[in-house]
Design a protein around this ligand. Structure first.
Ligand code: FAD
Length: 290
């Protein structure tokens, strides 16, 4: 597979997700470009090799078992093109780097999203958002690969919702790039927002421990973290998987938590919330199954 990109063998996936969990993957491949990505996928299909795309692993719960397949990282797809206030960018770029580049070009809109530690592709799948802004707000179109074909669809066709899009349920679609229409804004104003938001995150989120952001979506008009906190579940734990003391909608890995520990803790929280409030919490993070 060396012809398609950089190949790593027998890799500990703990180093590729923000919970720091998971078994080993037989291969990780980082395709050099879109053409090589297409060739790699065709090769996997022809040879009946399993594969999946991983961004920065900041919204996933990877299994404890080893993966007998190829984890594809799009880290080499990070080119962007700016024409006035229209920007087209490849999906493997880190969201934070992308936003900093926009700010340096006096292009605003996405600065509230600074601090979300994923790739652009992962952010689009999930319609990532915070502090009143969602990635889809400034998005014009998305280009993806499916069944050997490259297609471009507009924002409406992406069916964005709260932490949702068509890419979330359809794993055959691989996001290659996206086009945004930004607003011209003063760079120093945006840098102030970045500073404020970084501080807000530092004060409210358990960034000192491995985690994957909010565990559950907020039910309508309610904060999942408050519901969990009101039940006295802060610090409740299954082995090393803890409900964070700082923010009850975060689960943190305080050492050697396994995927099973995290999922058992999630199920326990869901059960307690259902018993007490008759509310079905919906998982914001994605449990990956091989
Ligand atoms: C400390 C912390 C804070 C966070 N704060 C926020 C927040 O404020 N708001 C928020 O919305 N989220 C937040 N998150 C969650 C997470 O960072 C986002 O959901 C992020 O967008 C996930 O991107 P990723 O690249 O890590 O995706 P991954 O977790 O690697 O992947 C998620 C899913 O997307 C798929 N995927 C990734 N790239 C592609 C692609 N190119 N094409 C098709 N499918 C793809 C994967 O297969 C997987 O199914 C936070 C996480 C952490 C750890």
């Amino acid at each position: 597979m060396n012809e398609f990109g950089e190949v790593l063998e027998n890799v500990d996936l703990k180093d590729y997700n923000t919970y720091k969990i998971g078994g080993k993957s037989k291969y990780i491949v980082k395709p050099y470009n879109v053409e090589k990505l297409i060739n790699l996928i065709n090769y996997c299909k022809e040879n009946k090799i399993k594969y999946f795309i991983l961004g920065k692993g900041s919204n996933v719960i990877l299994p404890d078992e080893d993966y007998n397949g190829v984890v594809i990282l799009l880290v080499n797809l990070k080119k962007y093109n700016i024409k006035d206030n229209i920007v087209t960018v490849e999906s493997g770029i880190s969201l934070n780097n992308f936003i900093i580049n926009l700010i340096n070009n006096n292009l605003g809109g996405l600065e509230n999203l600074i601090g979300i530690p994923g790739t652009l592709g992962g952010a689009i799948v999930q319609n990532a958002g915070c502090y009143g802004t969602n990635i889809s707000d400034y998005l014009e179109s998305v280009t993806y690969l499916e069944n050997n074909e490259i297609k471009t669809i507009n924002k409406l066709e992406c069916k964005f919702g709260y932490r949702d899009s068509i890419f979330k349920s359809n794993k055959e679609k691989i996001i290659l790039s996206a086009t945004f229409k930004l607003n011209y804004k003063d760079k120093s104003d945006m840098l102030n927002i970045v500073k404020e938001n970084n501080l807000k995150r530092k004060n409210s989120q358990p960034l000192e421990y491995p985690n994957a952001g909010s565990v559950f979506r907020n039910p309508e008009y309610m904060a999942a973290g408050k519901l969990i906190d009101d039940l006295g579940l802060k610090n409740y734990h299954v082995n090393d998987a803890y409900v964070s003391n700082k923010h009850a909608n975060f689960i943190v890995n305080k050492g050697n938590a396994s995927s099973k520990d995290i999922i058992d803790l999630i199920n326990y929280i869901k059960l307690e919330i259902k018993k007490k409030y008759n509310i079905e919490l919906i998982l914001e993070q994605e449990i990956i199954k091989y």
